[in-house]
Design a protein around this ligand. Sequence first.
Ligand SMILES: *Cc1c(COP(=O)(O)O)cnc(C)c1O
Length: 409
Amino acid sequence: FHSIVAKFNINMLNRRKLIQPLTTLPLFGGLASTLTISTAMAAAKTPKRELFKEFGIRTFINAAGTLTYMTGSLMHDEVLDAINSTSKDFCLLDEVQDKVGEKIAKLVHSEAAVVTSGAFSGMTLALAGILTGKDEKKVAALPHIEYTGMKSEVICQKSHDIVYNHALTNTGCKIIQVETAEDVDKAVNERTALMHFLHIESDKGKIQHEEWVSLAKKHGIPTGIDIAADVPPVSNLWRFNDMGFDFVVISGGKAMRGPQSAGLLMGKKDLIAAARLHMPPRGGNIGRGMKINKEEIFGMYVALEKYINQDHDKEWKEWEMNIAHIEGAVKKIPGITTEIHVPPLGNHTPTLRITWDSEQIKVTDKQLREALRSGNPSIELGGGTANSVNVTVFMLKPGQEKIVAARIK
Ligand SMILES: *Cc1c(COP(=O)(O)O)cnc(C)c1O
């Protein structure tokens, strides 16, 4: 083994010597500071790669929002610093999750927490943990539930049963739709594993959060809630933990601006511990493909901490000013009407709707979008109708509101 290592090192050094004599020399002399300087010099000489250009990938100003297909959000510098600074050393993955999870739990008022690869995987892992507890045979059996004695049904309000429930059916469970409290009482049986709630659709359901939790408590069933896109307000981070949900999932790469591939699973201690049996570093489970690396875990933590501590009123005022700037640029144009609204659920941020009279202004929303998209710089807007578009500003970089205003005008 040693001779292989030695040979490897010599080969490496020879190669380096041939390629970059400057950087290898200090290795022999042990002059760490010289090494740092020469490495820095080498780095300075190499022009930064511009990968978007290299690949011919269009980048754009995001006046749409935190949409996965537009790559979510831009990570804060502090998040990137956390990613870079933790990428230079090895450590145990479980130790990172233990210690970071403990800190996150304190910040969000939950008993425990774990960084997952998004809110979706948080839902799968949480339900998997509920089904199996710490029984390793059951962990290995999922998603095949038959003849294992595991529960197999998740109760969910009809209006809450949207595409993301696939995260729950991934465990092998099926969804039982209900509408009223009476329906819940009838649906609960010995196979019921979970009562799941979707915050973003809460205005469309007949049963609200508190009632959902108390119905579940009455029947002794655990509860979960998906709040993936539901900060701001920041208080949502702890509101549902305080309310008594057994687990809460949120995306890390939406308004919190952590890694887009990260999210948080917060909840009861035993539930989180069981959920982690379904996660890497362990294999032989349904969550092995939901890996999250140490850099993302730290990045997510720093994003959360920054998000909680930031001045939310100040940020809101900036958003309002930017919306007002864009509105001001277009609202006097004949045929235009503007309206500012704040979606109460999901992407709760000032949004400008620009509507036009298609008799006076002969443009369709598709043509407007395409003109903005193909211009320089490229701009993406939010959804709308044939004669309206939505504009958000929470993903704009400082100053981009001026470009967006002028170009829409
Ligand atoms: C975005 C979203 C998800 C998925 O979250 P990821 O973090 O991308 O896994 C789930 N539910 C809702 C309501 C969402 O908006």
